[in-house]
Design a protein around this ligand. Structure first.
Ligand code: UDP
Length: 334
């Protein structure tokens, strides 16, 4: 019988792609999501319980009733800029609500968790590509809220052996399901590839480049863009590791090379055939110049091999998704 997996935030962008992969692997899935940024239609497998992480009663009922063998915890806020403006929102949801979830899991005897962490925990890395043992020195509240939760997990795993976890540090996740059933659908998207594609689609008049004076070859920031389905397969590998009795671990998830903002724009222009208007603007607060993963640890330990290490494929699947989304009425999405 399939493993029982509870997925918080499973109706969101990354969570829904992981739910897709879990479903294809035959798992039994319960998604717990408040639908603040997620969508009911994005849950392709299993059951959805609409609830907030801060609702201890509803969360406990879901955990105790479903009795999962493992939990994958996605539910969180993710915008660097917003976290600078409203840090308490980030510490409340990404740190305090994660702590609340851990208390509920402990009470219910659930001892395996996969945690969505981020490259933002590194701040401005001393060297690139960055390895997992690099110092954690986040430069924005988003990264700090995730680093604090990682610390809680590490301390908890040092206890009586009843708890093990894998923290996956995501680099820049992009792209969509190649058959366009699911993809990113934020009300106010801030991510580069999504903003650029929506500019190509005419939703925005122009794309602003945030900073052209960074110490990088073309002056714009460099990021390691990873396709969301490769990130999903990293979660399945982490799940197999935990359920097989593997040790608590932390893994970077990226491809080991990066693209600049200008390079991304060039690929978006090529894929869409639209010469998107671009304006050069000031730096955005909280942005490190370059973030590139050394992902050799997850490849060696879990045998993870990415299948979509190709910015053009990432942009093409995201573009197909944008067009599928635009052609549907809001209430008749799949
Ligand atoms: N960026 C940009 N214009 C935009 C959105 C993003 O120039 O409209 C830049 C941003 O400053 C960063 C890179 O693109 O250097 C990636 O930003 P994104 O928000 O996609 O991801 P992050 O790295 O913040 O997680």
């Amino acid at each position: 019988k399939g493993k029982r997996i509870l997925v918080t935030g499973g109706a969101g962008y990354i969570g829904s792609h992981v739910v897709k992969a879990l479903g294809e692997a035959g798992c039994q899935i319960l998604v717990y999501d408040n639908l603040s940024t997620g969508n009911r239609w994005a849950v392709l497998h299993g059951e959805l319980v609409v609830g907030d992480l801060s609702d201890r009663t509803a969360l406990t009922r879901a955990v105790v009733g479903f009795a999962p063998e493992a939990v994958i915890h996605f539910a969180a806020h993710i915008e660097v800029g917003e976290s600078v403006r409203d840090p308490l929102k980030y510490y409340r949801n990404n740190t305090a609500n994660a702590l609340g979830l851990l208390e509920v899991l402990r009470g219910a005897g659930v001892g395996s968790l996969i945690f969505s962490s981020t490259a933002a925990v590194y701040g401005i890395p001393e060297s690139i590509p960055v390895k997992e043992d690099a110092p954690l020195s986040p430069i924005n509240p988003y990264g700090a809220s995730k680093a604090m939760t990682e610390r809680i997990l590490a301390d908890l795993a040092c206890g009586d052996g009843a708890f093990r976890y894998v923290a996956l540090r995501y680099f820049n996740v992009a792209g969509a399901d190649p058959s366009s059933r699911i993809g990113q659908d934020y009300k106010n998207p801030t991510h580069l590839i999504t903003r650029a594609l929506k500019t190509a689609a005419g939703v925005y008049p122009r794309l602003e480049v945030f900073g052209t004076d960074y110490p990088t070859p073309d002056g714009t920031c460099i990021r390691d863009y990873i396709h969301v389905d490769d990130l999903a397969s990293a979660h399945l590998a982490a799940l197999g590791h935990l359920l097989g009795g593997g040790d608590s671990s932390v893994f970077n998830c990226g491809y080991g090379h990066g693209s600049s903002v200008r390079e991304v724009i060039a690929v978006v222009r090529r894929v869409t055939g639209v010469d998107i208007p671009v304006v050069e603007g000031a730096r955005r607060e909280g942005d490190p110049p370059a973030l590139v993963a050394d992902s050799s640890r997850i490849s060696a330990a879990l045998g993870w091999t990415p299948r979509h290490d190709d910015l053009e494929y990432i942009v093409r699947t995201a573009w197909d998704w944008e067009r599928a989304l635009a052609s549907r009425a809001v209430d008749s999405r799949p």
